[in-house]
Design a protein. Structure first.
Length: 92
């Protein structure tokens, strides 16, 4: 579900303003890191702890991109007031 949520987030952001494709690809990279790390730990390819750490790094990267990266800057500068308030109320 995370890949679908990242696609949806990008499409919603794109609907309200012009954003670069770089945001999409950075969100997808974080998603892939999160899923591959977690899966590798779950199937025993790497230790479960290492898989968890890798997965959490991917998740932290996604959160950074949404709340402090380019997506946050676009929302703060160009989004309607309702979107801006959602970002300000949920900032890290």
């Amino acid at each position: 579900t995370v890949p679908l949520l990242m696609v949806e987030f990008y499409l919603i952001l794109r609907a309200i303003t012009n954003v670069s494709q770089g945001i999409f690809w950075r969100l997808m990279i974080g998603t892939v890191v999160m899923l591959v790390g977690g899966y590798a730990g779950e199937i025993g390819y790497i230790s479960a702890t290492l898989g968890f750490i890798i997965g959490m790094l991917g998740w932290a990267y996604i959160l950074y991109e949404i709340f402090a990266g380019e997506a946050s800057k676009v929302a703060a500068d160009e989004a309607p007031a309702s979107v801006q308030s959602a970002f300000l109320n949920n900032a890290l």
